[in-house]
Design a protein around this ligand. Sequence first.
Ligand code: SAH
Ligand code: SF4
Ligand code: F3S
Length: 479
Amino acid sequence: MDPIIDLDFIDNRTPEQATAAASCDTKVTAETNTGKSRKLYIESYGCQMNFSDSEIVSSIMFEQGFDTTAHIEQADVVFLNTCSIREKAETTVRNRLGQINYFKKKKPEMVIGILGCMAERLKKSLLEEEKIVDLVVGPDAYRDLPNLISEVDGGQKAVNVLLSREETYADINPIRLNSNGVSAFISIMRGCDNMCSFCVVPFTRGRERSRDAHSIVREAQALVAQGYKEVTLLGQNVDSYKWASEDRTEQVNFAQLLEMVAKLSPTMRVRFSTSHPKDITDEVLYTMKKYDNICKYIHLPAQSGNSRVLELMNRTYDRSWYLNRVDAIRAILGEDCGISSDMIAGFCSETEEEHQDTLSLMDYVQYDYSYMFFYSERPGTLAARKLEDDVPLEVKKRRLAEIIEKQRECSLNRNKRDVGRMHRVLVEGFSKKSDQQLSGRNDQNKVVIFDKKHYQKGDYVNVFVNDCSVGTLFGEAVD
Ligand code: SAH
Ligand code: SF4
Ligand code: F3S
């Protein structure tokens, strides 16, 4: 996977071009054609949890008489499931609304809804700011969609942004829209109680709550039965998963849940994201070691390598705690375990030396890849209220560029270690460049490309890797 780089871009495409591009990068749903009378078009932005929520929304809308369509011009209802994590995420959605206006002008009865984190953050003011929006629905209010849609059908605008302490949509059977038929995602919890000072998620997603462990196992079991080969358990902080039965006789923590899912089938790979450095336990690491089908890869966002900055970020760990966790991963799971991170460049008052600490942390850990951003102040967060966003934009961008350069170095080092070795690859489909080549991922979540021979999507293939780039491994299938 290529590291994600958060640099601005200028979007000067036509609405048709932009819609076509959106279809390519899988923001748009696949089609369900079951003869329903109305059609829903849904685009998802932001994190995997949002993509997973869109599958819940589609299921609720299906019960309400909606098929999904991949063609916006055919839609009766258009939903954008939005993200607020950085300013740019919100700007992208506002630009997209501008393009959607073009379709709405051609078809004025088209209903436009904003779902997800931007809906929750901006609430009904979105209706005033963006005139074409008819519906604003927060992440815990999707069960109310049928009522809200009928309000809009009756000629009104509708809003529900109530957050819940209980809602986990545990009983809703998601319609797998964003899936390649090989890997799927299961949300195991919602919300976040962590209050990192830069982060909007606790405000947009509400309090942390864990989903019934048995409903998770049932969902994973259904995926096995449908032929899926990989499941990723999702949460903002999976290590704090904790579920108890009503009479409290049964209690399940994350390590135990992982084990319950891993036991379902030895050929079903299990992944998870995101791990929080303050909460990841040795118990989780030993559970990973115990089961071959739990992938040896951990997304462990550091955010910064400097203890003072980490304290300002309210991450509740310092540099040495983080490094201790990395050492535990290496000691228990070995050097081959993949580790990735998220990094923020130019957080409030970060000095040049503190930025150097981030680079030296990266040198020590040797991340396989990272998602890298410069700090973007979000209204209402602790940092916005208490700290000054005082690192100039050009300094943030320069530091980010240095972080990206460091990551390229680390990714290349890590990928070179993989050359000359055999990897077990789960095939996800054709490579982007050729239908003579297949693309899949190894245990450590790295993309591997090889000539297809007689193999196909969903196969596990032993691939001997003979070359690599910063983002990809290349090899040959060995029968
Ligand atoms: N729950 C995950 C992160 C979810 S948000 C965790 O705790 O690691 C994904 C990433 O976006 C964060 O890890 C952080 O690196 C980045 N991010 C969040 N808020 C940001 C902000 N205000 N500016 C820049 N990056 C931000
Ligand atoms: Fe945001 Fe921190 Fe929660 Fe992650 S753990 S979602 S960064 S508040
Ligand atoms: Fe974005 Fe909300 Fe996810 S802010 S990153 S979509 S939880």
